[in-house]
Structures are given as structure tokens and as C-alpha cells.
Design a protein around this ligand. Structure first.
Ligand SMILES: [Fe+2]
Ligand SMILES: [Fe+2]
Length: 444
């Protein structure tokens, strides 16, 4: 830190009198001034160093916070944190251990940086450091390993986990004669949020290095507070995600149960829409959005009368009007569920036509949301190749013909091109289509 270096240099300019010719007994006002100036400079130097350390701490926490993403794997987050932390807190080995949680969101992994260390050695160091700080009553009093237990690491880990005080307090051992700590300095610090324990940081430094000081310990604590908050958010995020996925599965199953002929249609449309999106160069976010929109695009059919939905043969005009309500019904069903808001345009507009002749809003061309354009092609493809109550699925040649005809008329031209240029993809989907009406003759 430059401020610290400057201050040290300026101290060298201050005159001192250890070899002065002035007799000690002679009172000299300037001696008091110099002493006071030295004291002041020393205070300023210390304050400057402290500010420098704080600045580093704040900068690091800022960098860390800016990079934290809920989608990231917790082990990657921890590794990145260790890489940043070891720059400020020089350690021989720096380790983060995350506890396994019920939903396995955090994974219970162990991440380290610096000199590798055996798990059994690590556990012994942890146990010894805890004993040195009065947590537990000595390794010898812990349950010993059964003689036929070969995995001493597992035994040591169990013993660490058994300690009731583990993770509640920060443990700092700068000096110890314990055999496992004699040439080491150690900091054990909990990663916790409120009463929830998430894991621990273990910092190990050779005893020839400086002691762990307050500033370093404060820095580690601040960084771990940020990590703990992030990990808690990650847990909650994953809980929300799994609730959402459960809701989607339930809705999709409700639709599948209602209409046997369209069983699996939604998930096939979703998968194909994702493939088309990727071929069109859309990013992962769009693909994820299309996956969800695909699964839920026909959810409004839940509100359509069974006698119409399952009617074999052609529909009357009124019956077709009823069917045409399903995009809006789907929109209404999903519109108040916040995590589904981004798929509402695709759900509502997946039956719009490029020439404006579709429903429900008669949108044309680029007015049709991009996701809906892609979904429309995937939806039509799956409908064509699948059996209907009154017909077998169409052969691929006929499907190609229909899409060529409707390119730029019913469907967006580039989306149709993406499909027609992916013959392997079409073939793969055609081969996995379910045959609901094997009794009917295949179409020519
Ligand atoms: Fe539909
Ligand atoms: Fe559909």
C-alpha cells in the first residue's frame, strides 16, 4: 500500500537525538515536540495502514459481490473466493468446507487453494485447534475408531462433526505445542447465517510466517458473511426453482391426463423449439424460456370442454371457436404466476400466423413475439407427424411440402428454414412419435 510506504519513508527524515551532544539533564523544549511529532506520525502511519487494509477489504467484498451469480455452482463460487482471499491473507493452505444440506444444493464439497493437505491431517489440525481453544475435551476422549475401520479420514471427520461447539466460534491458534499445530498457525471460521451453519473456512499458515492478526481475521469474517448470505440465497433460489418445476410438471400432467392424443406433445414441442432456437443462434436464456413456454403452451386446453377437445372427426365452427380460446385461457391461467411472466407472449401468440390470419390477436410478421414464431413451427411440426383421432401422422415428405408452402405465409421464413435444413432433427422426432392409431393407414 503506497500510503504506508510513503509514511515509513517520511519517518526517516525525522531527526533523532540518541547520539546528540546535548546533555540529557539540559531541558530542551524541542525534545518534547519531536517526541510528540514522532508519536503523531506513528499514529498516522498506523491509521494509514489500517485504512489501506480496510480499502482492500471493501474492494475485495465489492468484487466478490459483483461476481456472485445464483446460477453458479457453489463450489465454483468458493474457489473464486479462495483465489481472491489468498491474495490478501497469505496462507500455506486455505480451505472452504461446505456442509451437505438436505436438498444437496450446496453439495457439501471441499475446496482448497495452496499446498494440498490430506483430509486426515486436516481433521487432526482442526481437532487440535479446537482443543487448544477449549472446544471439546481432547482428542483422546473422542470415540475411537473401531479396529476394523480402515477409513481413518471418515472417523476423523465424524469426530469433528460430533463437536457441539464446532462452527459457532472463530478459533485462532497462533502458538501451540500440540504435535499437530507445532509448526503451524491456524484459523477456523464458521460460515453461518443466523442459526444456520453452512460450512467453515480453514486457514493454515506456517509458523515461520506472521501471526494471524485482527485485520486478516476481520477480512475473512467479512468475506464469509457475504458468502453465507449468497449461499442462503442460493438455497432459497433452488427451493423456488424446484417448486416452480413441480408446478410446471403438475400443470403438464393435468393436460396430458385430459387428452391422451396429445400425450407428450408439450414436451416434444418444447424440445424441438429449443433445438430450433439454438440453430437460429438464440442464447441459452431464450432456449430456457422456450423450454418452459413449450411445456405450457397448450395449458389453456385444460379449460376446453372434453367433448370438443376429444371429438373424433372435424369440428363445427362453434367448436373450433372454443378450441381457439386456449391461448388466451393459457395466458389467463399463467399471468399471475410471476416466474411465468416471461413466457406469456409465447403462450398467447403461438397460433398467430405470419400473414396476420392467426389467433387470438391477428398479429402479423414481426409483431409476433420471436418465441411464439419458433413455438408455432415446433407445434405445427409435432401436430403433423403425430396421430390424430381421425388420421395417422403425416410422412416427412408431406410435412416438408406443407412447411415450404407456408414459409413466409403462415410461419416465419427463417424458422421454417432452420427446421427444413435440419433433416436429422426432423427424422429423430418423427421416429420417436407415438402411434396412437396403429389401426389407421399411414398417409401417403
Ligand atoms: Fe396450441
Ligand atoms: Fe400445441
Amino acid at each position: 500500500m503506497s500510503s504506508r510506504l510513503n509514511m515509513t519513508a517520511s519517518l526517516g527524515d525525522v531527526p533523532h537525538h540518541s547520539d546528540s551532544a546535548v546533555p540529557c539533564s539540559v531541558h530542551d523544549d524541542s525534545t518534547g515536540d519531536v517526541a510528540s511529532e514522532l508519536s503523531l506520525l506513528s499514529d498516522i502511519e498506523s491509521l494509514s495502514a489500517s485504512l489501506g487494509e480496510k480499502f482492500e477489504e471493501i474492494r475485495m467484498i465489492h468484487d466478490l459481490t459483483a461476481r456472485l451469480e445464483l446460477q453458479d455452482d457453489p463450489s465454483e463460487t468458493c474457489q473464486e473466493l479462495l483465489e481472491q482471499l489468498i491474495v490478501c491473507v497469505t496462507c500455506e493452505t486455505l480451505i472452504i468446507q461446505l456442509d451437505p444440506d438436505d436438498d444437496d444444493v450446496l453439495g457439501g464439497g471441499i475446496q482448497g487453494i495452496g499446498k494440498p493437505i490430506e483430509l486426515s491431517t486436516l481433521d487432526n489440525i482442526v481437532l487440535a485447534a479446537m482443543d487448544e481453544n477449549g472446544f471439546g475435551s481432547g482428542i483422546g476422549e473422542q470415540p475411537s475408531a473401531p479396529e476394523d475401520t480402515p477409513d481413518t479420514n471418515a472417523v476423523a471427520k465424524r469426530r469433528v462433526g460430533d463437536r457441539p461447539d464446532w462452527q459457532k466460534e472463530t478459533v485462532i491458534v497462533n502458538h501451540s505445542s500440540h504435535p499437530d499445530l507445532a509448526d503451524r498457525r491456524v484459523v477456523l471460521m464458521p460460515i453461518a447465517r443466523g442459526s444456520v451453519r453452512l460450512g467453515r473456512l480453514i486457514a493454515i499458515r506456517n509458523s515461520s510466517s506472521n501471526e494471524f492478526g485482527t485485520i486478516e481475521v476481520d477480512l475473512m469474517r467479512s468475506v464469509l458473511m457475504v458468502l453465507a448470505l449468497h449461499l442462503m440465497n442460493k438455497r432459497q433460489f433452488n427451493e423456488m426453482q424446484s417448486m416452480l418445476e413441480g408446478t410446471v410438471r403438475s400443470l403438464a400432467s393435468a393436460l396430458d391426463a385430459k387428452d391422451a392424443y396429445t400425450h407428450g406433445h408439450s414436451s416434444r414441442v418444447a424440445d424441438l423449439a429449443v433445438q430450433l432456437a439454438l440453430r437460429l443462434g438464440l442464447g441459452d436464456r431464450s432456449a430456457e424460456s422456450l423450454q418452459l413456454a413449450g411445456i405450457l403452451h397448450d395449458i389453456g386446453k385444460i379449460g376446453i370442454d372434453d367433448s370438443v377437445l376429444k371429438k373424433p372427426g372435424s369440428l363445427t365452427a362453434e367448436e373450433f371457436d372454443q378450441i381457439k380460446r386456449h391461448p388466451v385461457l393459457g395466458y389467463e391461467i399463467l399471468k399471475d404466476i410471476r416466474p411465468f411472466r416471461h413466457i406469456l407472449p409465447a403462450v398467447r401468440h403461438h397460433h398467430e400466423s405470419w400473414d396476420g390470419g392467426g389467433y387470438p390477436d391477428g398479429l402479423a410478421g414481426d409483431e409476433i413475439p420471436r418465441d411464439a414464431q419458433i413455438l408455432a413451427v415446433a407445434d405445427a411440426f409435432d401436430a403433423m407427424i403425430s396421430d390424430r383421432p381421425y388420421r395417422r401422422g403425416m410422412p416427412l415428405e408431406k410435412v416438408r411440402e406443407i412447411f415450404q408452402k407456408g414459409r413466409g405465409q403462415q410461419w416465419a421464413a427463417d424458422v421454417v428454414d432452420a427446421l427444413l435444413q435440419s433433416h436429422d432433427l426432423m427424422l429423430a422426432y418423427a421416429e420417436q412419435r407415438p402411434f396412437a392409431r396403429p389401426d389407421l393407414q399411414p398417409q401417403a
